[in-house]
Design a protein around this ligand. Structure first.
Ligand code: GDP
Ligand code: MG
Length: 305
């Protein structure tokens, strides 16, 4: 019997880079300050999407494990379609080691799968560091060194932080789903819909896991970060029996709509500040977008394989 294809996502990097926190953020089970012990060997988590199965491999980063992955790459690293390499941008002393490990991992996995989609996450780019000049320079230098390692192959770079869970959601989702034609088309729809309304954030989650279209106002401020953090933490406990529900978090109203089309479950999230000069969308406004979303799923029917 042949095995059904499984989408393999590999999260790699040195220990303490934040890999497990990233994955837990994605699963909405991570709270800042949670004590995490170093991952022993590999932790796998499973999901399904568009009728396909996927596995997230969290590769423990301690040197004993790194050595064993590199010694037996066929066993561990083969078949990775989406590689996320996590670098702690606060741990400058370990940049050389982080780059060296990336080089080994990338060389094996890209020669094994030339179509691999590799992304670099500059993690722990916490809000206070985002505009810091020394941090900007640090990231630029890392990018140059990474380009040298990959021979200028196209890579995606993201700055992520557990203090902004939406940055994590976006960084993991874009490489995996960003190539689906529906991603761009939904994002354009959301940007237009948000225009002239006080909407600062719209995102469509599939299977409560990845984003398949999103719009976020560039000038999101601390209030928005606080609100989105509170929203994210509560995501799984929010009860939605009707198809639409609204919740107040730290000065923002999040509206959540659940939908289903062609066996794909989705959740639309919309955030807007409660105090605003612009008109706030009514429930009817929000519901008017649902048929458009459904018709885009009909038109583009996203698939992994
Ligand atoms: N400042 C900061 N700390 C983080 C962030 N993400 C994770 N951490 C902390 O970094 C440490 C290592 O995280 P962990 O996920 O266990 O790293 P792993 O070894 O790569 O799996 C933990 O103490 C986390 O709380 C972040 O975005 N910013
Ligand atoms: Mg870990």
């Amino acid at each position: 019997m042949t095995q059904a294809p499984t989408m393999k996502i590999g999260i790699l990097g040195l220990e303490n880079a934040g890999k497990t926190s990233l994955i837990r953020t994605l699963h909405k089970t991570y709270h800042i300050g949670d004590p995490l012990s170093p991952t022993k060997n590999i932790d796998r988590s499973f999901f399904s999407m568009f009728g396909e199965k996927g596995t997230v491999w969290d590769f423990g980063g301690q040197s004993i494990y790194r050595d064993s992955y590199l010694k037996h790459p066929d066993r561990f690293l083969s078949g990775i379609q989406y590689l996320f390499y996590v670098i702690d941008i606060q741990d400058t002393d370990r940049f050389p080691e982080a780059l060296q490990y990336f080089k080994r991992v990338y060389e094996f996995s890209s020669s094994h799968n030339p179509n691999i989609m590799a992304s670099i996450l500059f993690h722990k780019t916490d809000p206070a560091l985002q505009e810091d000049e020394t941090v900007r320079k640090r990231i630029d230098t890392l990018k140059k060194e990474i380009h040298r390692i990959t021979d200028d192959v196209e890579l995606a770079f993201f700055e992520t932080t557990a203090f902004d869970p939406l940055s994590v959601l976006n960084a993991i989702s874009l490489p995996i789903l960003g190539d689906q034609p529906i991603y761009n088309s939904l994002s354009v729809l959301f940007a237009n819909f948000s225009l002239n309304k006080s909407i600062e954030y719209m995102s469509l989650l599939v299977e409560d896991l990845l984003e398949i279209g999103s719009f976020r106002l560039r000038t999101a401020n601390q209030e928005f970060l606080d609100a989105s953090m509170a929203f994210y933490k509560n995501f799984f406990t929010l009860e939605i029996d009707n198809n639409i529900r609204s919740y107040l978090f730290e000065g923002y109203r999040f509206s959540i709509i659940k939908g289903e089309v062609n066996d794909i479950h989705y959740t639309l999230n919309i955030a807007h500040p409660i105090l605003s000069d612009n008109p706030i969308p009514t429930e009817q406004d929000i519901e008017s977008i649902i048929p458009e979303i459904n018709s885009q799923f009909e038109q583009f029917s996203p698939k992994f394989f």
